[in-house]
Design a protein around this ligand. Sequence first.
Ligand code: ZN
Length: 136
Amino acid sequence: MIPKGNMFYSIFKNRCPRCHETNVFINKSPCKAGFMKSHSHCAHCGLKYEQEPGFFYGAMYVSYALTVAFSVAVFVAYYVFSLLFKYEFNTLHYLIINMLGLFAFSPIMFRLSRMVWINFFISYKPEQRGEKYERN
Ligand SMILES: [Zn+2]
């Protein structure tokens, strides 16, 4: 259990990075249609999530890093699996498994990369509220 006030609480629970009170995304579940839609402002503290036009383009860098980490993890798991069960390592199988995994986890990766990106710039300050704090 991650305590409120920790950056990882905001990242993994998709909460406002400043107050950790409200959800950033409209749908709580990443499995529903419209999983990309997010609120424009925090209903609790008034933080504007998209700090400037195109702010979340930077989340693509985070998404790239997460994708590489996921692919390496799948590679290691598949390699260990092939050693344990004396299965010949097949690169094509690895690529197919990795592609299916990336496709299945893409909504989670999308949200995670956006939350990591916004948490780079906005820290936990629950005492800040209102429109005068809208710009950081
Ligand atoms: Zn907030």
